[in-house]
Design a protein around this ligand. Sequence first.
Ligand SMILES: Nc1nc2c(ncn2[C@@H]2O[C@H](COP(=O)(O)OP(=O)(O)OP(=O)(O)O)[C@@H](O)[C@H]2O)c(=O)[nH]1
Ligand SMILES: [Mg+2]
Length: 403
Amino acid sequence: MSFLIGIIGKPSAGKSTFLNAACLTNAKVSELPFTTIEPNKGVAYVKLKCVCKELNVNDNPKNSYCVFGNRYIPINVLDVAGLVPDAHKGKGLGNRFLNDLSKADILIHIVDISGSLDKNGKRIKIGENDPYEDILFLENEINLWFKQILEREDWNKFLKLFARENKKFVGELYKRLSGIKVKRHQIGLALKKSNLEDKNPSSWSDDDLLIFSKNLRELSKPILILANKIDKENGMENFVELKKKLDGEVIPCSALAEYFLRKYHQEKKIVYLPGSDNFNILGDQNLSQKELQMLNKMKEIILNPFKETGIQKALNFAVFNILNQICVYPISDINKYTDNNGNVLPDAFLVKKGALLKNFVRDKIHTDLADHFIFGIDARTKKRLGENYELRHNDVIKIVSAK
Ligand SMILES: Nc1nc2c(ncn2[C@@H]2O[C@H](COP(=O)(O)OP(=O)(O)OP(=O)(O)O)[C@@H](O)[C@H]2O)c(=O)[nH]1
Ligand SMILES: [Mg+2]
């Protein structure tokens, strides 16, 4: 199972450009608001330092790929229609697309940092819109979407069923939220965070429900802010201002720059590795004077100051810092680091920090293997690892089973 990242933002913020840049898809892009109606899907990659260099082997990846010692692991990305204030009430394209986000594990909010679009994605004078306000309205919309899901189908009647604090309540809430990928423990945590653990559900106010919806949304679909169009006039100043107002991470980005760099790489005009701070031109004759100028400008205003376009950083931050994933390499031969077919370091799996070896075997490898699991062996130290061994980032492990 791979992660799903949902791309959200107001119309024309650059969501489809992000998708195309990250996944080399051909989703329609235009200056007009509501260009995207049906969601667009793609596959992007998180990037990390592969263990092949440290182990001094040439690898043959199967579920991922490796270039110059960088391992790229696939994740799913979904670009949806633009969101406007009161979308949860049906404004713009309404909540239809919100439902498209149901299966997302995390959301990346593409903000137009140049401030040249109003809340409905219409072009206005550059700098006229405050990107901070976009963040407030959009998060509110997503929280209200959660609230609406809870409220539908006789919410008040539902609350009255739980006259006292009741263990069943969490289970019933979990059922109610089954469509939007909320985990059971997140419901418990959200109740605690909202100070509602000991409150009788039948006496919940509308505010209680709103606070609970917000906390649950933050836990189950966290939002990473991306300051897109940093290349535009005002971009940099607005970015500095926005950073002052926000507690969390905000990543500067030019989705357009990444898109061009990856396209030119694909067309063999340059060599560019996603997430790097440079590119090499493959013979000037492939590029017009105008293209060369544009590439130089990208270097000057994006790659040099920010060290990358921001797309790879956003994907990595979402998966490693917010979803707290680490990478583990299962193998069969602890000396050659191969699978049964001789492939060196074939698979790189993302697992949650703190996961136990037995859960990793069950969730990522095979339930059948998990049933017959005996122990693991650390390929580096050749030591035995029990089922309750807590996995560490970059572990290379052989699974020994009775089957
Ligand atoms: N300068 C600059 N322009 C960008 C960037 N990203 C996107 N754009 C432009 O912004 C406009 C809107 O881009 P889209 O990707 O279609 O925006 P969207 O958010 O998918 O829009 P909707 O589908 O209508 O909601 C296009 O003209 C893009 O070329 C960027 O990083 N820099
Ligand atoms: Mg779009």
